[in-house]
Design a protein around this ligand. Sequence first.
Ligand code: UDP
Ligand code: MG
Length: 161
Amino acid sequence: WHRSKSSLSDVKERTLIAIKPDGVQRRLVGQIIQRFEQRGFKLVGLKMLQASQDILSEHYCDLRTKPFYSSLLRYMSSGPLVVMVWEGHNVVQTSRTMVGSTNPAEAQAGTVRGDFSIHVSRNVIHASDSVEGAQKEIQLWFQSKDLLDWDCWDQTSTSEV
Ligand code: UDP
Ligand code: MG
């Protein structure tokens, strides 16, 4: 059977995933990207950068009154991040499940945090927590021209390639 383009409209949900400085230092970039590809999500944006305090204070504006806020910003700006936008059906919620609980001590084995981290202040990865939050974060970290709306070959008939 053939899927029409319109029946694929529900796969357009997007989320922001960032590999934090400890994840980059520990050479976890490849394994983390592999998990998202393997699950079936589509990479539509990717960059590596060292984040400024400005962008981080916007990104974490909801946490500015928390006691860990200033150390969080120091950690997040301490080295390069790999920031990505992933797309697919229910990607926001599914990627939160793949990432695991904020505190790695509570994160299940099989999640990124549950497999690769032990402390909440070095928990390897960020994932947006809602569709609206994801839209805000994607706008903060990416220009729309840097997000690629490409077709997967397995969802395109060969005559179109
Ligand atoms: N964080 C921390 N100590 C805490 C709670 C959070 O250092 O007690 C850090 C941690 O890096 C976490 C980030 O702050 O990932 C953002 O916190 P949030 O509650 O939004 O968790 P997340 O959405 O990342 O699971
Ligand atoms: Mg959060």
